[in-house]
Design a protein around this ligand. Structure first.
Ligand SMILES: [Zn+2]
Length: 378
């Protein structure tokens, strides 16, 4: 069977074969709070995540060389094509990683025998651990999440026998992400732009939570463009206890309407390889994802139910329920994270409501109440 396939490929014009390359569509670098392995403040096990998106699931060939306390790791992804735009994104990731205890370099190989994307990671063997997972993103692209862990911290946790080190914050820190902004309008329908609605609702939530004595950081406070990984990096560095992203929906069917909430679900990740030396370290890294998933699920339930009951007290809005998902911001944050789709701008009735200040404040009130419930403060 395979021989026939090969024969068919050989007969194809070269251009057609070239089109079959697996194209790198996007690359993001979600950076953690820690600027080095020496941890100050609240330590976080994850140092950062580089997320790649491809047309098709890529194959990954890995090889490791250990030298004098340093690991040199080569990940080779055959048959990957990288556009000039993505080359720039990769160069930016390399520069950003200069602040990290690991380094990352990218090279596109185009030799006759070796075509593809080469990723070279260098890190201190005792201080950094690396693993990657596969996932399917919304839009059916194939994702790879390459994660870097603070191995020194994992060793400390193992030694003192505590599952996770946290310092109970007297004042909970909340991160509100107002979706889209600037050149990125998000969904547009019935003359309503998602970026305007998400900003107004986010600012209202922040105001309500500050009145309750909480510490709040916003991804943006004006109509400006903020890249997705800049949002997650800011959230991680603000040491937030939770992350809520505000969005409005759109659909080709104008009748579609209602509110839905997404939470990060580690079960949607398909485990790739883990380059930790001990089973215990691997388990800690996995546990970290499971804890985030469990808490994100709880946060989603509190936020969604408070939002639905607040809005339904005055309007007949459809409850589209809580759903697991891996969206870019949910993947890159290191704290419990949810994304709320507060209604459809493509539905006339909902668009009219979403554009009204009173309705925006009602939505904000519902979400803020849910956050307070989650924090055990209401
Ligand atoms: Zn959106």
């Amino acid at each position: 069977m395979k021989r026939y396939v090969f024969a068919a490929l050989c007969c194809m014009p070269l251009a057609l074969i070239a089109q079959r390359a697996n194209i790198l569509k996007k690359a993001y670098f979600h950076q953690g709070a820690n600027q080095g392995v020496q941890v100050k403040g609240r330590p976080q096990i994850e140092l950062g995540t580089i997320a790649f998106y491809f047309d098709q699931t890529p194959r990954i060939e890995s090889s490791i060389v250990q030298k004098k306390g340093e690991t040199l790791q080569l990940l080779f992804l055959p048959n990957i094509a990288v556009t000039p735009e993505l080359m720039q994104a990769l160069a930016a990731i390399r520069t950003q990683a200069e602040n990290q205890p690991f380094s990352v370099r990218f090279a596109v190989k185009n030799d006759a025998s070796r075509k593809g994307l080469e990723i070279t990671l260098t890190y201190p063997t005792d201080a950094v651990g690396v693993k990657y997972d596969h996932f399917n993103s919304i839009g059916l692209q194939k994702g790879i999440a390459l994660r870097f862990y603070n191995k020194s911290l994992i060793s400390q946790i193992n030694q003192i026998g505590k599952h996770i080190i946290t310092t109970a914050a007297l004042t909970p820190r909340v991160f509100i992400d107002c979706g889209h902004g600037g050149v990125d309008c998000g969904a547009v329908g019935n003359a309503v732009k998602e970026k305007d609605v998400s900003l107004n609702v986010g600012l209202s939530i922040a105001g309500l939570l500050k009145e309750q004595g909480l510490c709040v950081t916003l991804s943006r406070i004006a109509d400006e463009f903020v890249p997705l990984d800049a949002r997650t990096t800011l959230a991680n560095r603000s040491n937030a206890d939770l992350f809520v992203s505000i969005h409005a929906n759109s659909a080709p069917n104008a009748a579609a309407n209602g509110i839905e909430t997404f939470f990060f679900d580690a079960d949607l990740l398909k485990e790739g390889e883990c380059f930790f030396s001990t089973l215990c370290e691997r388990k800690q890294a996995k546990d970290q994802q499971q804890i985030k998933q469990m808490k994100s699920n709880q946060l989603a339930h509190h936020v969604h139910s408070a939002l639905i009951s607040t809005v339904q007290s005055a309007h007949s809005v459809i409850d589209r329920t809580i759903k697991p998902a891996i969206s870019q911001v949910l993947l890159g944050t290191q704290m419990p994270s949810v994304l709320v789709e507060i209604g459809f701008v493509t539905n006339l009735q909902e668009a009219v409501l979403l554009s009204q200040k009173a309705y925006q404040e009602k939505i904000a009130h519902g979400i803020a109440t849910g956050i307070m419930h989650y924090l055990g403060r209401a």
